[in-house]
Ligand binder design. Structure first.
Ligand code: IPE
Ligand code: IPE
Ligand code: MG
Length: 244
């Protein structure tokens, strides 16, 4: 048996069902090596591949990663262009890999702001993996939590206007169904790498009761041992959900 799985069993660790990750620190990782920022993004993309495989092996059922925020357009056109090309390549590779390992992929975020070539790859990937029963992997691209809520409110308003809904029908469950994450359980654990301790507009609605784990490790250096540390930390928390 895989050593990590053995550790999880021996320490009797509860594995979070849904883990959300803010993959941060690619630029600083590259800078430390006197390389361009994009070098860090390329390495970061490899880390995602490894971590989703390790995470699924450990028993995590849902992994959601923050790949590009609605605020990341503020970066230089050179960096944004490199990130978009990397994403495009990643999505293409992902189609082959996810069909092979039975992974169901979803992309959240505002697709209307993305290049049509990327959108068609996203559609292809979601369609190709829609019946997969393994890991549920969600990638946030051009995602901002406030923007997601804004888009949901706008669609709810349209449905009220068109008499498909009444204001009294607007429950928390209904709002959940209008968000990009409709159908996904809320994350149990949120990990942010690189030492920053903020949400940067990632899943503000969905993370309302999530446990947060911060580490100084830069994303390209993040390994399954770091993931195990996060799971141990999670096991030390007492989730009360407002109770006693
Ligand atoms: C995270 O790494 C990846 C993206 C935001 C796309 P950064 O690029 O933010 O790296 P740092 O934070 O500058 O080191
Ligand atoms: C958050 O990281 C976005 C992603 C990891 C995709 P940033 O590096 O963009 O966030 P800030 O600027 O440090 O808040
Ligand atoms: Mg950053």
């Amino acid at each position: 048996m895989d050593t990590i799985r053995k550790i999880i069993r021996e320490e009797n660790l509860k594995v979070p069902k849904h883990v959300a990750i803010i993959m941060d620190g690619n630029g600083r990782w590259a800078k430390k090596r006197n390389k361009p920022r994009n070098f860090g993004h390329v390495q970061g993309a490899k880390t995602v591949e490894q971590i989703i495989e390790d995470g699924y092996n450990m028993g995590i059922e849902y992994i959601t990663v923050y790949a590009f925020s609605t605020e990341n357009w503020k970066r230089s056109s050179e960096e944004v262009g490199a990130l978009m090309r990397l994403l495009q390549k990643y999505l293409i590779d992902c189609i082959e890999r996810s069909t092979k390992n039975n992974m169901k992929v979803r992309v959240i975020g505002d697709k209307t702001g993305l290049d049509s070539k990327i959108v068609s790859k996203i559609n292809e990937l979601e369609e190709a993996t829609k019946d997969a029963t393994g890991l549920k992997f969600t990638i946030a691209i051009n995602y901002g939590g406030r923007d997601e809520i804004r888009r949901a409110v706008s669609r709810i308003a349209e449905d009220v206007r068109d008499c498909k809904l009444e204001p009294k029908d607007i429950t928390e469950d209904l709002i959940n169904n209008y968000l990009d994450t409709a159908g996904l359980p809320d994350p149990d654990l949120m990990i942010r790498t690189s030492g920053e301790e903020r949400l940067s507009n990632f899943l503000p609605w969905q993370l309302a009761y999530t446990e947060f784990y911060f580490t100084d490790v830069l994303w390209p250096d993040f390994t399954k041992e770091d993931l195990l540390k996060a799971i141990r930390y999670y096991n030390g928390r007492d989730r009360r959900f407002g109770g006693v």
